[in-house]
Design a protein around this ligand. Sequence first.
Ligand SMILES: *Cc1c(COP(=O)(O)O)cnc(C)c1O
Length: 362
Amino acid sequence: MGHVKLHIPGPVEVSPKTFEAFCHPMIGHRGQGFKDLYARLQPQLQGLLGTRQLVYLSTSSAWGVMEGALRNLTARKVLNCMCGAFSDKWFDVSKRCGKEAEALQVPWGSPIRADQVDARLATGLFDAVTLIHNETSCGVMSPLAEIAALKARYPDVMFIIDAVSSMTAVPLDFDALGIDVLLAGTQKAFALPPGLTVFTVSPTALAKAATAKDRGYYFDFVEFEKNARDSMTPSTPSIPHVYALASKVDEFFAEGLANRYARHRQTNGMLRDWASRNGFTLFPEPGHESLTLVCVNNGARPGGRVIDVAKFQKLVKDQGILIDGGYGKIKGTTFRISNMGDETPGTITALIAVLDAALAKL
Ligand SMILES: *Cc1c(COP(=O)(O)O)cnc(C)c1O
């Protein structure tokens, strides 16, 4: 069988053009060629993230920077906001880093609400909070702007935000949000292969990081800032990824960011319509559904149609498309389909034809 096209929520399908960009002849990471490449990319990344801060490139998956943020920025206690598999795991990672941590747990499918965060931060116990904007495991988007607005009340608390599966698909304005860390791995909405993380850090957070004794080296935010000023990275980056990122970001601006965001809204709407037309409900609490994937309810909660997901997934795969059969404790009782990256109304229409044909065979 040939290539199976990825419609799982990460890694997502990577275009031939992006793979070609990887094949640039190798250059040295301390030479002018690399500096020129990163320097050209820098203002585009700043535009994408809505920031005047330097945007850093980490050769790691997202977890590297997610763990690094804790090591750079938590001195007293971190509040880990938990609403799904990735955000739940962040609490575990806090403890593995030896940090004092508290779980703010809501049921999977519910968003994190600003008043819940406010109530915990009001105790004065915390100097950091972690939040996943788009919880990919259950397709829930939390109200980032409302939660970020709390920063004005708690200026000494570091607001660490994972936007792994939303960055580039929805507007994210780092400076306007007033948050401290914003990060995304590139294998989700960027539609690059895994192995690179894009992130930025506020001046307040950089000052705090400088006082953190055990922040290590590989993810030291102070090193990232110092090197980025010279258009370099602390250690040898995956240079091919940086070429591919430059190619990809050129595509974003050629399309226009507003058009890109509208396209994600449209393709996500098409998948939601497909689900409801076929008698399914969505897993997330209404009003808090992700814009980059659909997490379809399949018995995890009452209501809606229930199918044999494994069989459905296989029928779809036989037609050359991979969808996801549900994550962790909601495997099988939900399933997920991604509209991240390069997907268009045309490719989603083709996907829907395959989904419909598979449903008809169940
Ligand atoms: C995929 C994902 C991660 C983990 O990313 P890695 O690249 O595996 O480190 C973290 N957070 C969210 C929201 C994700 O979707």
